[in-house]
Design a protein around this ligand. Structure first.
Ligand code: IDC
Length: 441
């Protein structure tokens, strides 16, 4: 036995050496530097070098910036969003030759990723396309999900219930979503699910469509690497009529679904909390956005928000009957229900129980507190709610996996500035309760 293992290790070592040796000869590289910086902006420079042994005639550098930072202008390159290609005179580079281009960034965020001709800018191996998860992660076990009757089923047709956490607004809490925090969600919390909340207004998507799209895409990848399901939440809130954002929704979902079509972990939530809009208006929006996603990703589960802040209509004095009578004309979809345990109690629970008999429901957002996101944590009502969801096998995500200074946040303020996310030392009352509940299920 020992001999066999040793032989395997030797083979691996030999293969690794070959890979390392093979890299540099085939790589162009790009090096980023900051020339000068000022309050909320800086001048960046990128030097492109041809490290191959033959002349190249073009190059393509793509930079990824954190939310809140955009490229205002650039020179000595042709810029499209955050992709840079040559101008007429600097595309051709002899072996060893370099060219450089510059840009002005609005915002202080330095690039978080850089590719040249699709490979890493430092000349190392191309960025891994997300490997199919193996082992015992939620996605490895359950694969591509689908709606089966009123439930969510895994790829073998078994009913499953996903439990996890929602990000706060990516425009405000980008710091909270990093390797350590996502590792903690997957392994310490043992969650199944990350909801990626991309606000559209309030300094969200509409201010930087390509930046927010790439931020969402990279979080989908981070979730996939850990075998977590990812809900892509188009977080409309104010204005409440999703049709206000219809054009943005079509563009966003066309991009995200094209890029992530092959991934089994993606679930699309096309509008967060419609409010001040009729069910007919929501249905019309859904029937225009769903086909955009289906064109790229025909088998993904899609979740549609409901009237009255995704209350199935209850907060608007209506009920789920209007949906049952006039459902969205599409298959493999679910309807969102949201609750805040200190505000929404028995009458909402009764409606969920009634609706669950005929509609596939997904609690894509709930809080242990009041609907403001603050106030006292109501563990009694939260417990009653989660027992009901367990009994009905309804999946859920809690608001929020962040260190916002409000009682709905799972982490104490300041946590995201530090390295530690696992364990209970960094958690609020709400976070402690949720981690326990998710871990022990
Ligand atoms: C709240 C945040 C708060 C932020 C506000 C901005 O907790 O920090 O200032 O949004 O709009 C929802 C929404 C969700 C709300 C949350 C709490 O989906 O965006 O987050 N809530 O108010 N619906 C009911 C409650």
């Amino acid at each position: 036995m020992r001999k066999l293992i040793l032989a395997g290790a030797a083979l691996l070592a030999a293969a690794a050496t070959v890979l390392v040796a093979a890299q540099p000869a085939s790589a162009a590289t790009a090096a980023f530097t900051v020339v000068s910086s000022w309050n909320n902006g800086y001048q960046g420079q990128v030097a492109v070098t041809n490290n191959t042994s033959s002349t190249i005639t073009t190059w393509r550098v793509e930079l990824t910036f954190p939310a809140g930072t955009t490229v205002a202008q650039s020179w000595n390159a042709t810029q499209s969003g955050t992709v840079f290609t040559p101008v007429s005179w600097n595309g051709t580079l002899a072996p060893g030759a370099s060219a450089s281009f510059g840009f002005i960034a609005n915002g202080s965020g330095r690039p978080t990723a850089c590719t040249i001709n699709g490979a890493s800018c430092d000349g190392s191996a191309p960025p891994p396309t997300t490997p199919p998860p193996t082992g015992s992660t939620p996605v490895a076990i359950n694969g591509q999900l689908r709606v089966c009757g009123v439930h969510l089923c895994n790829s073998s047709g078994q009913t499953i219930q996903l439990k996890g956490m929602s990000t706060h607004g990516l425009q405000w809490f980008a710091d909270c979503y990093n390797d350590a925090s996502l590792d903690a969600l997957a392994t310490d919390w043992q969650a199944d699910l990350l909801r990626i909340s991309m606000y559209v207004q309030e300094q969200g998507y509409e201010t930087n469509p390509s930046g927010f799209t790439s931020r969402v895409n990279s979080l989908v990848d981070e979730a996939a690497e850990r075998g977590l399901y990812a809900i892509v939440d188009f977080h409309t809130l104010t204005p409440g009529d999703p049709n206000y954002n219809l054009a943005n929704a079509k563009t966003f979902f066309a991009n995200v679904s094209a890029r992530n079509a092959a991934k089994p972990n993606v679930i699309y939530e096309i509008t967060n909390e419609p409010n001040g809009v009729s069910w007919a208006g929501i249905k019309s929006y859904a029937e225009q956005v769903i086909p955009v996603i289906r064109a790229n990703d025909p088998d993904a589960v899609i979740i549609v928000g409901t009237r009255g802040w995704s209350s199935l209509g209850v907060s608007d004095g209506s009920t789920s009957s209007e949906i049952v009578a006039n459902p969205v004309n599409a298959s493999n979809i679910m309807y969102a229900f949201h609750f805040y345990a200190a505000s929404h109690k028995d009458n909402y629970r009764a409606e969920v129980q009634r609706a669950a008999a005929s509609l596939p429901l997904f609690v894509t957002e709930f809080g242990t507190v009041t609907y403001t996101g603050g106030g006292a944590v109501d563990l009694a009502s939260t417990g009653t709610w989660l027992d009901l969801l367990d009994r009905l096998q309804i999946s859920y995500a809690n608001w929020t996996y962040s260190d916002a200074d409000e009682s709905s946040a799972a982490f104490k303020p300041g946590t995201c500035g530090g390295p530690t996310y696992a364990g209970t030392g960094v958690l609020t009352e709400s976070g402690t309760y949720l981690r326990n509940r998710i871990r022990n299920s």
